[in-house]
Design a protein around this ligand. Structure first.
Ligand code: AMP
Ligand code: MN
Ligand code: MN
Length: 324
């Protein structure tokens, strides 16, 4: 992967102050890349602050350096550079980017979402990257920053989760080449898989059973959805489980949806297979994402959100031919 010179420029100086700013409901791609870049810069004379609008989920407590990631309500002090990774839309900082703009010399936007809004002073957006982790790996190499086991573990986890454990259609030969380098540098694939997928509490399988019993499938088998009312199962469980993958795993399904009610809104996750562009469905509700994985938030109760999203899914399916 070729790194343009502009995103390297802010780090060419001998050191300084950097803000690593995360997006709402941070996942492993954003946290792993912010931590990897920050941990690589610190020995080079940089003072780094890590944070965002929401806390890191418990399920990612194993990421090296995660204890440094804070919930920010504002941005204090001056920064030479503020870095946002994996964040396509400035609104996904809940206003923190506005504070960062006032206090940081440069806003650097590094992302792989095709609908990135190019909101930075410097924008490096590569939708061919399976994860922002691939891009930050290239950025570190271009800056001659060494991969420690802690840095490698953060980047490996970022790539692992965004590729569904190297199973999705975004995986390329480059993904495996980078993953190989990260493992050689000290990332432990078995330990990462175990930390991500084998940390269920004993009640977890019962919650999983109760949750999966809610999956519904359309008569033609092409759409499966999982509506989750508030308080049905603990939030920490929902965050740790990739629940939308279960409806997606049905052979006939072309679009899968997870609809999680919380407060007066519903968080929707969409997954597509083949030629259905779920990003366009999410965009109709003000959301976004990737061609095969996208999301949005819909105001109102679970029943109406489910009805409206399924209608939009039907429209999208009507516009594409079924896979042969
Ligand atoms: P998720 O279903 O939450 O795992 O998200 C899948 C993809 O959709 C990720 O790339 C997210 O960045 C994107 N996404 C999820 N929710 C939203 C939203 N409300 N607005 C914009 N993009 C979203
Ligand atoms: Mn993300
Ligand atoms: Mn990502």
């Amino acid at each position: 992967m070729r790194v343009p010179s502009e995103p390297l420029e802010p780090f060419r100086r001998g050191g300084g102050r950097a803000l690593m700013l995360g997006h709402v409901h941070p996942d492993a791609d954003v946290l792993g890349t912010l931590l990897a870049l920050g941990l690589a810069l610190e020995p080079r004379g940089w003072t780094v602050t890590y944070g965002g609008p929401h806390p890191a989920p418990d399920s990612l407590a194993f990421l090296p350096g995660i204890e440094r990631y804070q919930v920010l309500t504002g941005v204090d002090g001056r920064f030479d550079v503020a870095v946002l990774t994996d964040c396509p839309n400035p609104a996904r900082t809940e206003g923190l980017i506005d504070a960062a703009r006032r206090t940081a010399g440069v806003i650097l936007n590094v992302d792989h979402h095709p609908d990135n809004r190019q909101y930075g002073d410097v924008n490096w957006v590569d939708p061919t990257a399976a994860a922002t982790g691939e891009m930050v790996h290239a950025l570190l190499a271009a800056l001659d920053l060494p991969l420690t086991p802690a840095i490698a573990t953060n980047l490996f986890t970022a790539i692992h989760t965004d590729t569904g454990s190297f199973r999705y259609s975004n995986v390329t030969p480059e993904t495996f080449r980078i993953a190989g380098e990260l493992v050689a540098a000290g990332a432990d694939p078995a330990a990462v898989s175990s930390a991500l997928y084998e940390r269920r509490p004993a009640e977890g399988l019962r919650w999983l059973g109760e949750t999966l019993a809610r999956v519904q499938v359309s008569d033609d088998g092409q759409v499966a959805w999982l509506p989750l009312p508030p308080g049905a199962v603990p939030e920490s469980f929902v965050e740790a489980e990739d629940l939308v993958n279960y409806p997606r795993s049905i052979a006939s399904v072309r679009v899968a949806c997870l609809l999680r009610a919380r407060g007066d809104e519903v968080k929707v996750s969409l997954r597509g297979k083949g030629d259905v562009d779920v990003n366009r469905i999410a965009a109709r509700f003000g959301g976004g994402g990737h061609r095969n994985a996208a999301g949005c938030t819909v105001k109102g109760p679970l029943e109406t959100a489910t009805r409206d999203v399924l209608a939009a899914v039907r429209d999208a399916l009507a516009g594409t031919a079924a896979d042969p």
